[in-house]
Design a protein. Structure first.
Length: 255
């Protein structure tokens, strides 16, 4: 169509052209929706978070089955993000204990710990929120902790009510974590994308979606070219653009 647009018998794209682009876009989108490969290597990342003195470190120690974190009644004991890998029923987890979240940090070290805790929340697959109900990040599980104490966390819609000291509710929490993580991990024998592959296919989907909404064949062709470049990078093919970028990036042509 681009090469012979001035000829009467070739003026438009085939009737099913956009339909075929949409079908390819949907097929790639199903791959993007699959669980990522990193979770198999690093484990399903579960972050325990909330204000100070709500039993985060005690729960962390119970879940990783070790005295990995120092647990004391003194607020601000945890100053950094502490992580430990563990497996339940063959499902890999990476649990993270974080500094207590509050506005009035006592010193610079505690402030840095809070900043790192917030970063850990952003990277979590799941957050166990021990703080006041409704104040945790979106999608967090509301956990009513320290139910063995009279002044424990009160929550109307807690997903789990636990005591890391007596063990109440811990088995149910573990079982729920296994079920949730297993659904989020790649199935046995199922191919999974790593971060690089996922990013390239995401670029291809965006290019195909843009091309599908264009009327000008030139703009459609550009969208398909961008998608092809993403496929070439995914498959390890050296495109002309890559060769020229390397040539001009590494050598001084003037010399």
């Amino acid at each position: 169509v681009l090469d012979f647009a001035d000829e009467d018998d070739v003026t438009t794209l085939p009737a099913d052209f956009m339909v075929r682009i949409a079908a390819l876009e949907r097929e790639i989108a199903t791959w993007l929706a699959r669980p990522r490969a990193e979770a198999l290597r690093e484990g399903y990342r579960v972050v325990i978070a909330g204000p100070p003195n709500l039993g985060k470190s005690t729960l962390f120690n119970v879940l990783v089955e070790a005295d990995a974190a120092i647990a004391t009644p003194i607020p601000g004991t945890t100053r950094d993000v502490l992580t430990r890998p563990v497996a339940y029923s063959g499902v890999p987890f990476l649990f993270a204990d974080t500094a207590g979240l509050h506005d009035a940090a006592g010193d610079e070290v505690e402030a840095i710990g809070i900043e790192r805790a917030l970063d850990a929340l952003d990277r979590a697959d799941l957050v166990l929120w021990l703080g006041p109900e409704g104040e945790g990040p979106d999608g967090a599980w509301e956990i009513a902790s320290q139910i063995d104490r009279g002044d424990g966390t009160l929550k109307r819609l807690a997903r789990h009510r636990i005591s890391a000291v007596t063990g109440a509710g811990i088995d149910a929490l573990r079982a729920d974590l296994v079920t949730t993580a297993r659904a989020a991990l790649p199935k046995p024998g199922e191919a999974a994308l790593n971060e690089r592959q996922h990013g390239l296919l995401r670029d291809a989907v965006r290019a195909l979606g843009g091309a599908r909404h264009e009327n000008d064949p030139l703009l459609v062709a550009e969208g398909l070219r961008v998608a092809r470049v993403a496929f070439d990078s995914l498959l390890g093919r050296t495109a002309t653009e890559d060769m020229l970028d390397t040539l001009f990036g590494r050598f001084c042509i003037g010399k």
